[in-house]
Design a protein around this ligand. Structure first.
Ligand code: 6PG
Length: 242
């Protein structure tokens, strides 16, 4: 796997790098296209990055369309909603028009919500979904989006959006998630992760990149464009890239 791994000194530096690299990539894409697409992640890692990104200079947010890689099956104002996270940190601060916000319908029955989002992607992209910028995170178990270890969704190649179930420890178990073929269409995939709890999974990813093991779900993300990991030192200490 041809991944660039950037080791940063702190979680704050990871957030800054995620925001700044995203803003730079969006500006470059906007120079060449009438509209661009940004696919957001959820969880806690992106919040400070999205607050910084929302204040980025010289991004024509009126031409940026926002999607999600996954969503918890909850109402859009629920504290666990990935949309709610983005709305309070990025969408409102950047002034992204509602017509540019393509929210996963977490409030719907999950299988119905998956079909609705599948239709929304087809209407916007047509045959091939290609995000200009894709954000991903990584769970302690190496999941990404809501593609969890052992899930049948890991081998899904037909559908673009599926209903998955998070482990029992998750606050919200029913999820909607994009599948690998969609994630792999990204022109630039930025993976942001930090914290000691994720170090074993990150080590497994590096072993998978070296061909030594199969690796956790995120090791299977193979974007057509660039793949850049933004990690902090606690994550990379003791791994091959330290
Ligand atoms: C979600 C995310 C998920 C997240 C990881 C890491 O909906 O939770 O899409 O894939 O990126 O679970 O979460 P943290 O950033 O909270 O560690």
């Amino acid at each position: 796997m041809n991944a660039e791994i950037v080791v940063l000194p702190s979680p704050a530096a990871v957030a800054e790098a995620l925001a700044d690299r995203t803003a730079r990539a969006l500006r470059a894409a906007l120079d060449a296209q009438p509209r661009v697409t940004l696919c957001l992640t959820g969880g806690s890692t992106p919040a400070p990055a999205y607050e910084r990104l929302g204040g980025a200079e010289d991004v024509d947010w009126g031409r940026v369309h926002v999607f999600w890689g996954d969503e918890r099956c909850v109402p859009k104002d629920h504290p666990e909603s990935n949309y709610a996270l983005a709305k309070r940190t990025l969408l409102d601060r950047a002034g992204i028009p509602d017509s540019n916000v393509h929210r996963m319908p977490g409030e719907c029955p999950p299988d119905e919500g998956a079909v609705i989002y599948e239709q929304a992607l087809a209407q916007f992209f047509g045959d091939e979904v290609r995000f200009d910028v894709l954000h991903l995170g990584m769970g302690d178990d190496g999941h990404t989006a809501s593609l969890f270890p052992g899930s049948p969704a890991l081998s899904e190649t037909g559908r673009r959006v599926v209903h998955t179930t998070a482990p029992a420890s998750a606050a919200v178990r029913d999820r909607l998630t994009l599948t690998f073929p969609v994630l792999d269409g990204a022109r630039l995939c930025l993976v942001a992760a930090h914290g000691e709890a994720k170090r074993p999974a990150f080590g497994d990813v590096l072993d998978a990149y070296d061909g030594e093991t199969d690796g956790p779900p995120i090791a299977y993300v193979a974007p057509k464009g660039a793949l850049v990991w933004l990690v902090d030192r606690t994550l990379s200490q003791g791994t091959a890239d330290d």
